[in-house]
Design a protein around this ligand. Structure first.
Ligand code: BDR
Ligand code: CA
Length: 312
C-alpha cells in the first residue's frame, strides 16, 4: 500500500487522478492539499471536497494552500482548458464538507512527521505547497518516503511556452526549490503524459462504473477533449495527473533515467526543466550542482490509459 498526500489544482485531469486516489485499494489517501493553477485555490479546494464527497469519502482531509506563485506574478487560470469552475463548466452538486483548518504546508509537515519514512507526496499542480512545507520544516526531506511530481518536460517541449510545462511555468521558483531539495524524487512529465490518451471509449467505461462521480468525470472530460483535439489533434485527452499515480503503482510501464534536474526561473526559458543524465562525462561535471533525481522518459501509453479505465 502507498500512503500518499495528493497535492492538486482540480482541474479536469486532476479530477480523474483524484478518483483513482480515492478508489484504488492499494492507495491510502491521507489527504489532499490544494493550490492555485488550473483554477483559483478556493475553487480547487471546493472541487477536491466535492470529488471526495461524490466518492463517499468525505472523511478525507482537504487542506488549502498556495493562492499564487512564491515570487512571480500569478497567471490567469486557463478557463478555456478546464472551464471557469475547473470541471468543464458543468453544473455541480453542492459541497457539504469543510477544509481542514491547517494550511496545506502545515498539513504536509504534520502528516509526514507523524509517519516518518511512510508518506509519499504526489504533486500534480504548481508545487508551491511543497516548497512552503520545505520552508516550514526542511527535516521532511529525510522523512518522506518519496516525491512524485507531474510536471516538466525533458525532450517533449512545453505546453504553455515552447519549452515550459504548465505546472513548472505556474511557479518556477517553487519548482526550482522542490526539484533540487535532495529528496527521493521522480518527475513524470510531458514525455510520458503526451503518450497517453484517455479515449471516449475509456471514459464511457469510467462513467458507467463511477455513479455520481462518473457523471462529473465524463461531463468535464467532454469539455477538455475539445482542447486536446485542437492542441494535439487527438480524439481523447491526456490524463497527465493520473500518470503520476500510474508511475507509483505500475512503474514497470515506464522507462526512467537518473540525473541532475534544474528549472529555469527567468527569461524566455522560464519554467523549462533542464536534465543532465548521470554518466555523461563533462556535461554531468558542469551540471552536477544539484542532487540526482529520476525522470520518466518513455511509457507504454496504451497500457497506462487502459489501467486508468480499469481502476475506475
Ligand atoms: C498539467 O497542467 C495542468 O493543466 C494539468 O492539470 C496537469 O497537471 C499538465 O501540464
Ligand atoms: Ca493538475
Amino acid at each position: 500500500t502507498h500512503s500518499i498526500i495528493f497535492d492538486t489544482d482540480p482541474g479536469v485531469d486532476d479530477a480523474q487522478a483524484i478518483a483513482i486516489a480515492l478508489r484504488h485499494p492499494e492507495i491510502e489517501l491521507l489527504g489532499m492539499t490544494t493550490t492555485y493553477g488550473n483554477v483559483d485555490v478556493e475553487v480547487a479546494t471546493k472541487n477536491a471536497l466535492l470529488l471526495a464527497q461524490l466518492a463517499g469519502r468525505g472523511e478525507v482531509p482537504v487542506a488549502q494552500g498556495a493562492a499564487a506563485p512564491m515570487v512571480k506574478a500569478r497567471h490567469a487560470p486557463p478557463a478555456h482548458i478546464h472551464g471557469a469552475n475547473g470541471l468543464g463548466d458543468i453544473a455541480l452538486p453542492e459541497v457539504q464538507g469543510k477544509a481542514d483548518p491547517r494550511s496545506a504546508a502545515q498539513f504536509i509537515v504534520d502528516t509526514v512527521n507523524a509517519r516518518p519514512g511512510e508518506v509519499t507526496l504526489v504533486a500534480v499542480g504548481p508545487v508551491g505547497n511543497l516548497a512552503a512545507a520545505l520552508q516550514l520544516d526542511p527535516g521532511i526531506i529525510d522523512r518522506v518516503k518519496g516525491v512524485v511530481i507531474m510536471g516538466g518536460s525533458i525532450r517533449e517541449g512545453g505546453n504553455v511556452t515552447p519549452v515550459a510545462e504548465a505546472n513548472m511555468f505556474n511557479d518556477p521558483d517553487a519548482a526550482s526549490r522542490v526539484l533540487t531539495a535532495g529528496w527521493p524524487l521522480t518527475l513524470v512529465g510531458l514525455d510520458v503524459t503526451h503518450r497517453c490518451v484517455l479515449t471516449p471509449a475509456h471514459m464511457a467505461r469510467i462513467e458507467a462504473g463511477q455513479g455520481e462521480l462518473g457523471k462529473v468525470l465524463a461531463g468535464s472530460y467532454a469539455f477538455y477533449r475539445d482542447f486536446y483535439h485542437e492542441f494535439l489533434g487527438i480524439d481523447g485527452c491526456c490524463p497527465h495527473d493520473s500518470c503520476a499515480l500510474a508511475w507509483l503503482l505500475r512503474p514497470e510501464l515506464f522507462t526512467t533515467a537518473r540525473g541532475h534536474l534544474t528549472v529555469a526561473t527567468e527569461g524566455d526559458a522560464e519554467g523549462q526543466t533542464i536534465f543532465a543524465p548521470e554518466g555523461r562525462g563533462f556535461i554531468e561535471a558542469r551540471w552536477s550542482r544539484t542532487p540526482v533525481v529520476e525522470v520518466c522518459l518513455k511509457v507504454d501509453g496504451e497500457a497506462v490509459s487502459d489501467w486508468i479505465a480499469d481502476v475506475l
